[in-house]
Write a protein that binds this ligand. Structure first.
Ligand code: ADP
Ligand code: MG
Length: 405
């Protein structure tokens, strides 16, 4: 019998006891220390370390209510999905996720590699640090995890088995509500508008029936297109970086959905970093903005290049080998990417979950400028998605320029 046989929410001292009992990493007589470092809304993240040997681990535990409110019930199944997804991603894209040491179904926790010597990308970008290899790493991550879990490559019955294993109704509902519904309606209690942007949003978002119609199409695409195993929450807060290293964390929203959802999230959140730097306009900003621009263009163009190359190497589906089918398929992925870029830009400004890139802009006029620039571009990313295909198109739309066909 062990106190960890059945589930309870751990405290830091429980996490120390757990580490000694369940993990082989630490010596029996070591004096471990622990701190809860979670900053999200949902889970608890314990860092356990031995000051003498400097060894450490992260234990992420899911509670059965969200940490923001006990009224917000959530199944602990999500930590199983996260653990399995991280293990799979390590196989498909080696070195680009933290190693999972242990998944404990009883305690609903995942023990993983400690990445405390990395920085969360969102934070690093706010400080205008650049990561020359980021585009290369993230495109490899996305191409490998997306294409290789799709019907183009996988045996179809096995793929359907995976669709079943990664069914994730509660977290999908969060996305369906926060991304695909609430930002387009005035009648929910959760949208929070920056006062100076209110009038524009009421007219141009709530008041635009064409936009809502296109978003409705995107919503049903998200819910019904079981194309590939997505990360499902691939914003800059789910990516750790170091000078030449990238690690993607937190795939608890993983499920089978449209590939463009992941790619669009990355692109939109880079635009937020760009908008922040534009508002700041200090000495460092121009060089940083140039790097962000180059990175956005490279991510789209390199994703496409690597995707077609991986297609050649891995495709097993006989009909998918029809000449030209690869390009047709990829075109649809990029179309979805454009729409999701717009959806993410809108939901982070209009909806409940904000990004600090925008909320930290102190001057109200500069914040309004940043918001309206993102929102104006966002509408084009959704409405003109059929025509936005190249890296340079994405940048042109954000800058308010014409797309060159
Ligand atoms: P949530 O799903 O609750 O948002 P995250 O997985 O995003 O939780 O983790 C919350 C925070 O905990 C991260 O922003 C990071 O600071 C820290 N964290 C998470 N995983 C690790 C890790 N493997 N190594 C170091 N810190 C981590
Ligand atoms: Mg999370």
């Amino acid at each position: 019998m062990s106190k960890f046989d059945s589930y309870f929410l751990m405290t830091p001292s429980d996490a120390i006891e757990y580490s000694k009992e369940k993990l082989t990493l630490f010596d029996a007589d070591s004096q471990l220390e622990c701190k809860e470092i979670g900053d999200g809304n949902l889970n608890y993240v314990f860092r356990v370390w031995d000051p003498k040997t400097k060894r450490s681990v992260i234990i992420k535990q899911a509670g059965n209510t969200a940490r923001i409110s006990d009224d917000f019930k959530l199944s602990t199944e999500r930590i199983k999905i996260e653990s399995k997804a991280l293990q799979l991603e390590e196989r498909l894209a080696p070195g680009l996720v933290p190693k999972v040491y242990r998944y404990d179904e009883g305690m609903n926790c995942c023990v993983m590699e400690d990445l405390s010597d990395y920085t969360i990308l969102r934070q690093a970008l706010l400080e205008q640090n650049i990561f020359p290899q980021f585009a290369d790493h993230i495109t490899t991550f996305m191409v490998n995890t997306l294409l290789l879990t799709s019907d183009v490559v996988m045996e179809h019955k096995e793929k359907k088995e995976w669709v079943k294993n990664y069914i994730n109704p509660e977290l999908c509902e969060i996305t369906e509500d926060l991304v695909y519904t609430e930002p387009y309606h005035d009648n929910n209690q959760r949208n929070e508008l920056f006062p100076l942007s209110r009038e524009w949003i009421e007219r141009e978002i709530y008041g635009d029936a064409t936009l809502r119609f296109e978003v409705a199409k995107c919503k049903f695409e998200f819910m019904n297109h079981a194309q590939a195993l997505l990360h499902g929450d691939l914003h800059t807060g789910s990516i750790f970086v170091r000078e030449n290293d990238t690690k993607v964390i937190d795939p608890e929203f993983a499920f089978y959905g449209p590939m463009g959802y992941d790619v669009g999230n990355v692109i939109a959140n880079l635009f937020f970093a760009r908008a922040h730097a534009e508002a700041l306009k200090d000495q460092k900003s121009q060089a940083f903005i140039d790097w962000v621009d180059e990175t956005i263009v490279t991510i789209i163009d390199q994703f496409k290049e690597k995707f077609l190359q991986a297609w050649k190497e891995h495709v097993t589906e006989i009909m998918a080998k029809e000449p030209g089918f690869d390009r047709w398929y990829l075109q649809n992925v990029i179309k979805d990417t454009s729409a999701v870029t717009g959806l993410e830009l809108i939901r982070r400004i209009v909806g409940l979950a904000k990004v600090v890139d925008i909320t930290s802009i102190e001057d109200p006029n500069l914040r309004q400028q940043a918001e309206l620039k993102c929102l104006t571009a966002a509408k084009r990313f959704i409405l003109e998605r059929e025509h936005i295909q190249k890296g340079s198109d994405f940048l042109a739309v954000f800058k308010g320029e014409k797309i060159h066909e």
